[in-house]
Design a protein around this ligand. Structure first.
Ligand code: IMP
Length: 199
């Protein structure tokens, strides 16, 4: 396991503003300097879409080799039991080129049809890669159920239609701190920190 020293410079290998905001917030206590792939002018690589881990690895390695810095990527998605785990790895694609999640959420609801199975979960794989090709991946998951109609203006993506297990509010109704208490991203992040950012 390779570790990242305090004061190191690290690239956040994502062009998704919602993820960038959440990851930057989670990283704040770690004492590293973060710069986004967009700010460095790095291109967004093609994802293979075969698994969260494979996609996360592609994104982190591409940013690490292009920048010469360690790079952290996030590949994540919304999975619905009644849809056999879809949209899953293609969650972003369901929002189309305009990245509009209202029609994506409507599509999830429409495809669920009359199913009484409302179980859903988010998955996040964080991958930390170095310019020499070394990479470590960590997975986090949160179980819950689909809420309809969507509720709340906070968060991003499918947040307004997901209620985590044991709660009543959607992620769209929670503030960021409340979401971090259960989220797939925060859970993957805790594993990453334990392994790569010992402090
Ligand atoms: P990708 O990892 O870039 O392929 O995109 C993941 C997509 O999954 C995002 O664009 C969102 O649609 C969805 N997603 C991942 N994490 C979250 C989350 O925390 N809240 C809501 N939607 C999410």
């Amino acid at each position: 396991m390779r570790t990242v020293p305090r004061g190191a410079r690290l690239v956040l290998a994502s062009h998704n503003q919602g993820k960038l905001r959440e990851i930057a917030e989670l990283m704040e206590p770690l004492g590293v300097e973060v710069v986004s792939a967009g700010a460095l002018g790095l291109p967004e690589p093609e994802e293979g879409e075969e698994s969260f881990a494979a996609n996360a690895r592609i994104k982190a390695l591409s940013a690490a080799t292009a920048s010469g810095l360690p790079a952290l990527s996030d590949d994540s998605g919304f999975c619905v039991s009644a849809l056999g785990g879809a949209p899953g790895v293609v969650s972003a694609l369901w929002a189309g080129p305009g990245k509009d999640f209202r029609p994506a959420m409507e599509r999830v609801r429409r495809e669920m049809g009359d199913s009484t199975d409302t179980r859903a979960w988010f998955v996040c794989v964080l991958c930390l890669a170095w310019p020499d090709g070394h990479a470590e991946c960590f997975e986090g998951r949160v179980e819950g159920h689909v809420a309809w109609p969507p509720r709340g203006q906070n968060g991003h993506g499918y947040d307004p239609m997901f209620v985590p297990e044991g709660g009543a509010l959607t992620y769209g109704e929670m503030d960021q701190g409340e979401k971090h208490a259960t989220s797939h991203r925060a859970r993957a992040f805790a594993k990453l920190v334990a392994a790569c950012f010992p402090r």
